[in-house]
Design a protein around this ligand. Structure first.
Ligand code: BES
Ligand code: ZN
Ligand code: ZN
Length: 473
């Protein structure tokens, strides 16, 4: 396993007179320097509201007005977008430090700035030294608690993104589990890794079946954060798809759909990142993360289209397409989750191309049976974080598409409603309130979108951290 050195920012609450400064105000009159105020008012009169750059001699200064919005959530989104634009300006000028003062919106502007400034540089070697990175973000006006929360949250998202961006050569299932253990040490949660022998003894036929075409062993990681002051007795369980690379197996993917498939453990990365954020902040909530992990390859012993495998709960599954592997490994994990008698289970998975085709990178496809109250809280968290959710139907009629002649289920539905039949397949292995999040669209970007550049986004970390923060209060 490589040494992971995540890009980390400490959002220290200190003004630095010697760095580039960036100020955000909701009124053009309110900037600290009159010359900036006047220039911004003049630009606003011409309809220009982007960042204004002012050279004050010693250091460069930026100013930006944020227009009022109808809701705090839209305001927060605009503030983050201002941070994203600021990252662009700092990049262009190769400035590696900034002192930021955005009044009541400092948290969100800094958040947008950090999310957009993220780079995956580990493999660049010497080039990394020359490449621009934003090293220091100084913020003015955050409380110590806010600085700590922002520092932990951004570190957690960064850990998730680094895992996603790491190629499979450096991140086998065992490496992923080992990294989860390291992060558990660092952020304060317990990690137990079940090895191949243990997975065999538990008869996890989904995980073992997918792993048969691989030369690397599978792992099943259990992450647990159980503080003594937890407000909940029944835990929240998060399950993350950990396919460290998806070739499709014998139902091989064409190269142009395969080349980004190191991202197929984005669900696992989101679960690990969320545990980092929750434990790192010491939230009073009992949370468990389950990560079944393997690569999906067409090796000599690979399962074939037509094989029948048996999941750990005894369900037999006719595998008609080995590229529908995520649901096979998740089935074992969802069955395993039953033993915790959880109050809610949420899985995150880059599960179907159908989800990505339906709504693109703009949002996560969500479905489930956990009831309106959970759904509404999730939607509030989605709006708070701009990690948007679109609810798909979850009607039992879709189960008809999964009937097999020779087994209890088949692993593909048909040409239609592919994201939903995948979700219904998973629901078969649950006996608790359940939400399925198909993050195939937003998990990994081919071109910049929202707060993110190309590559892994860590989608799910900010959403679930917000959700669990509410659940803990
Ligand atoms: N990992 C893929 C889904 C995926 C596609 C993730 C695009 C991210 C971006 C998944 O394992 C898969 O291949 N699903 C198949 C299912 C089909 C065979 C029923 C798909 O969506 O084509
Ligand atoms: Zn697949
Ligand atoms: Zn997959």
């Amino acid at each position: 396993m490589p040494t992971f050195v995540a890009m980390k920012w400490t959002f220290s609450s200190s003004h630095r007179a010697d760095t580039v400064t960036a100020e955000v105000r909701t009124s053009a009159q309110d900037f600290s320097s009159d010359s900036i105020s006047h220039a911004i008012i003049a630009r606003a009169a011409r309809g220009v509201k982007t960042w204004y750059q002012h050279n004050q001699g010693a250091v460069d200064a930026f100013g930006r007005v944020l227009d009022p919005k109808d809701s705090a959530q839209e305001m927060a989104h605009d503030a983050r977008k201002a941070g994203v634009e600021l990252a662009g300006l700092l990049t262009k000028n190769k400035w590696s430090q900034v002192s930021l003062d955005a009044g009541a919106h400092t948290f969100e502007v800094a958040e947008g700035l950090a999310l957009a400034a993220y780079r995956y540089t580990r493999l660049l070697g010497k080039k990394a030294k020359d490449a621009w990175t934003l090293a220091e973000i100084h913020v003015v006006g955050l409380t110590d608690a806010e600085s700590k929360r922002l520092t932990t949250l951004m570190a957690a998202v960064t850990e998730a993104r680094d895992l996603i961006n790491t190629p499979v050569l450096d991140l086998t299932a065992e490496d992923l589990a080992a990294r989860a253990e390291e992060l558990g040490q660092e952020y304060g949660f317990k990690v137990t890794v079940l090895n191949q022998a243990k997975i065999e003894s538990l008869k996890m036929g989904g995980l073992l079946g997918v792993n048969k075409g691989s030369v690397d062993p599978a792992t099943f990681s259990i992450l647990e954060y159980s503080p003594s002051n937890a407000v909940n007795s029944a835990p929240y369980v998060l399950v993350g798809k950990g396919v460290v690379y998806d070739t499709g197996g014998l139902s091989l993917k064409p190269s142009n759909s395969m080349d980004t498939m190191k991202c197929d453990m984005s669900g696992a990365a989101a679960v690990i990142g969320t545990l980092c954020a929750v434990a790192g902040q010491g939230l009073p909530i009992h949370v468990i993360g389950l990560i079944p992990a393997t690569d999906n390859r067409p090796g000599g012993n690979a399962i074939t289209p037509g094989d029948v495998i048996t999941i750990s709960d005894g369900t037999t599954v006719e595998v008609l397409n080995t590229d529908a592997e995520g649901r096979l490994i998740l089935a074992d994990a969802l069955h395993y989750a039953k033993k915790y008698k959880p109050q809610l289970v949420i899985d995150l998975a880059t599960l179907t191309g159908a989800a990505a085709r339906a709504i693109g990178p703009n949002a996560t496809v969500a479905m489930g049976n956990a009831g309106r109250e959970v759904w509404e809280q999730l939607q509030t968290s989605a709006a708070n974080t701009h990690e948007r959710l679109v609810e798909f139907p979850f009607w039992d009629e879709y189960n008809d598409l999964l009937k097999s002649e020779i087994a209890d289920l088949k692993n593909i539905g048909g040409a239609e409603a592919g994201a939903i039949t995948a979700g219904k397949f998973l629901e078969h292995f649950t006996d608790y309130p359940y939400v399925h999040l198909d993050i195939a669209g937003p998990a990994f970007l081919d071109s910049p979108w929202g707060y993110y550049g190309k590559g892994g986004t860590g989608v799910g970390v900010r959403l679930l951290t917000d959700f669990l923060t509410h659940a803990a209060s």
